[in-house]
Design a protein around this ligand. Structure first.
Ligand SMILES: [Zn+2]
Length: 116
């Protein structure tokens, strides 16, 4: 996928995990995470508990390895790459934060990320 698309996807994941984690978990820690994609470097600042940190890293890894030139909606993917439990967990985080943030813009993004 294109760099811009990748950038949007990681931003969305980051803000959604952050919202969910702050409402549901304790002990967030600030961590810097550097991602490489197509020779570009993305330097992220995450504020998540250790569980969410592992989960979001999993999502970033899947995203990085997405083989599609034009990334399809994950639900429609012919070759889904998430493990079932990880998928369920991520979908829960995204749903929660979409409701919480109640922003049309954000809802649109979730839709493109997760729904059919
Ligand atoms: Zn958390």
């Amino acid at each position: 996928m294109k760099i811009e698309k990748f950038n949007t996807e990681i931003d969305t994941l980051n803000s959604f995990f952050k919202t969910y984690c702050q409402d549901n978990h304790d002990r967030q820690e600030k961590r810097n995470l550097v991602l490489m994609y197509n020779d570009k470097i993305f330097d992220l600042e995450l504020s998540l508990c250790s569980q969410c940190y592992m989960d979001i890293k999993y999502c970033f890894d899947r995203l990085k390895q997405c083989p599609h030139e034009e990334k399809p909606k994950c639900r429609k993917c012919s070759n889904p790459c998430y493990e079932k439990n990880q998928w369920k967990n991520t979908a829960k985080v995204m749903r929660y934060s979409a409701v919480k943030l109640k922003l049309v813009e954000v809802k649109k993004r979730v839709k493109s990320f997760f729904t059919n």
